[in-house]
Ligand binder design. Sequence first.
Ligand SMILES: *[C@@H]1O[C@H](CO)[C@@H](O)[C@H](O)[C@H]1NC(C)=O
Ligand SMILES: *[C@@H]1O[C@H](CO)[C@@H](O)[C@H](O)[C@H]1NC(C)=O
Ligand SMILES: *[C@@H]1O[C@H](CO)[C@@H](O)[C@H](O)[C@H]1NC(C)=O
Length: 806
Amino acid sequence: MAVAGICNCLGKIVPPSFLAFLLCCGLAFGQIRYSIPEELDNGAIVGDIVQDLGLDIRKLSSRKIKVTADDGKRYVDVNPKNGKLFVNERIDRETLCDVSSCILNLEVLLENPSELHNIEVEIVDANDNAPQFPRDDYQLEITESASPGSRFPIEHAQDPDVGTNTVRFYRLSTNEHFALDSNKPFKNKHVELVLKNNLDREIEGEFSLILTAVDGGNPPRSGTVVIQVLVQDVNDNAPIFSQSLYRTQLFENSAPGTTVIKITATDLDEGANGQITYYINHLSDNTNNLFQIDENNGEISVTGQLDHESASSYEIEIQAEDGGGQTGHCKVLIELADVNDNAPVIMVKSLTNPIPENIAVGSEVAILNVKDQDSGENSRVSCSVPINLPFKLQRSIKNYFTLVTITLLDREQIAEYNITITATDGGTPTLFSTTTLNIHVGDINDNSPVFGQHVYGAYVVENNKPGTSICSVSASDPDWRQNGTVMYSLVSSEVNSVPVSSFISINADTGVIHAVRSFDFEQFRKFKVQVVARDNGSPPLSSNVTVNVFITDENDNSPQILYPAPEGKTLMTEMVPKASLSGSLVSKVIAVDADSGQNAWLSYQIVKSTDPGLFSIGLHNGEIRALRDITESDSIKQNLIISVKDNGQPPLSATCSVYLLISDNLAEVPEFKDMTYEESNSKLTSYLIIALVSVSTFFLTFIILILAVRFCHRRKPRLLFDGAVAIPSAYLPPNYAEVEGAGTLCSSYNYDTYLTTGSRTSDFKFVSSYNDNTLPADGSLKTNRDDSNMTSLSDAGEILEVRFFL
Ligand SMILES: *[C@@H]1O[C@H](CO)[C@@H](O)[C@H](O)[C@H]1NC(C)=O
Ligand SMILES: *[C@@H]1O[C@H](CO)[C@@H](O)[C@H](O)[C@H]1NC(C)=O
Ligand SMILES: *[C@@H]1O[C@H](CO)[C@@H](O)[C@H](O)[C@H]1NC(C)=O
């Protein structure tokens, strides 16, 4: 029965062979053994002890059957009425036992008589537990450099169930990187994940796997764990620039601090491995101190002074380095754009200085080179000179300019030029520079000496001391130094067949003319000499001028009385008719003076007379006239002492005596006898007087006639002329000419003055100024001279003067 019961109990769970084994055991030890699955409901029948022990059920109540366990726990109890074992408390095999077989040892105690039976209740496992991993999730940190085949143990799952109910296999969620070493569980052994292929954090840095443990129960239970795979970075990526060459443009005047370009490299690695630091590889020195890169953000900026002219572009190599030492490179090409920051520079390549003043028009004076360091339009240079200069600039090859003359030069006008050359470039705004060439014009002996006057006049008073300077000529020559140094000399000529050099000499340096000898006005009054002024050039240039030397009169001659003859030689007596009326001309004194002008202008005076009231003498004409009618009572003999005085300073004079005989007949004169021998002489004298009177009268008439004609034609008579005519016999004061403004002393000297004498025909001279070419110096007045001619002469400022003396 018991065995059958056991068999019944186990029949469902265990295979027949195992059951057989249990029966054998039970029989061998005489023990009752029950087998129940765990987790039965309370009250579930475990077995029938009465039957299995062969007890009498009727006596059962008296025997007080009891079941006790070793540990006192009453998982299974017995029904005392029918002796059946039942489940008293939930039995969990996994809490009850920690081993694979789980047996509850019970003792069945009976009284009357006491009996003790051992009963084994085997708790058979039920798949009531799922496999369970020790942790809900794992974090698996694997470097990405892990090689395929690497193993990563994971703690196995545990299933408190036993037998087939424990973990039977593992399953891994589908993934491309990992596989399970084997899905068979090994006792207390880790599950191992095997890396199938390379990990790449940069592609998948983190993923999760699900590991499932499945038990062998029916139905199977499973437990899972999430394995978080963290791929740890390995510095397997170098920084990479987006371009291998960056190009950028920058103005050369960019100030330090200007950002040029920002470049970025990427590094797929993380953390320090992806931390990029930028450096400039200063391959060549020319970028040193010009650019810098921000180590952290790759921004390149200017640090120095850029200059397109020293380098128009820069190539910078940039290195990016990550924290793991991996590097990447790129190049940055910075092109500098030109800015018009350079003014043109003018260089004088050749310069002719001084230039001769006779330089031909179009001659090259200087060659200039103009450079502008900028490029393009900024370096297109134009050059100019001020337009008011006799120079211009011509462009020759490339940046060369030549300065050429465009007109003839004259050193005597402009001896030096400051030529400011301006060079301008084509930039905006334009820059320019200037250079001043100081060009001197060299002298050429191209100017002859020029005299200050066309003609020189020298006035020498006669009786001069030899050696006195009489005049000075001067010529100027604007040429330079010896080309302008003037030397004076006389042109040899003759005056009255005497070489002129014996009259005057000239100081070669100063041009002062000296008289060599004393002159005599009465010998000659003027002469001409040519003076040459010659410069010192080679060949020399010269010019000449005429010097008129005028010798002026000095009162060195006393009046000379021609009539009556001087006392002592002959005794001349004039006959005066007794019946002479008042005013009748009785005689005339004739005197001359070798001097001229004032010095020869004579005045007559009676200094002593027998009868002072009877005769008078014309102050200027020397005519002796009766003052009153002559009477019988007057003495027959009358003596007059006449003084003739010139007008010089001091005046010189001469005296003479005039003997007059008042008689109609020589016989009446008592002393006639004494005088008869003189008759012929006296007769001659009378004739002379008569002739003189008639000539004078005629001449006076003639003058009056001329003047009358002139006055008739003149509406507006000239004061000067009038004055001269209105007082024909008046003496003109010595400074007359000066008063008129005819100028200079020389002008007054220019008048010839003539003394008319009774013995000659009276002259009437028209005298013009020396310089007057329109009137001949000796040209006598013509009666038919018309008025308009006169006026024009007056308008021309010529001084016309009429003087006459009787
Ligand atoms: C030219 O320049 C020089 C020096 O500056 C100066 O002495 C001279 O007077 C100038 N000449 C002229 C003609 O301007
Ligand atoms: C004078 O002129 C000549 C040419 O006529 C010239 O050769 C010379 O240099 C000049 N002298 C001076 C001092 O300028
Ligand atoms: C004086 O100059 C004139 C022209 O100005 C010339 O014809 C003459 O030959 C010169 N005479 C002398 C002596 O140089």
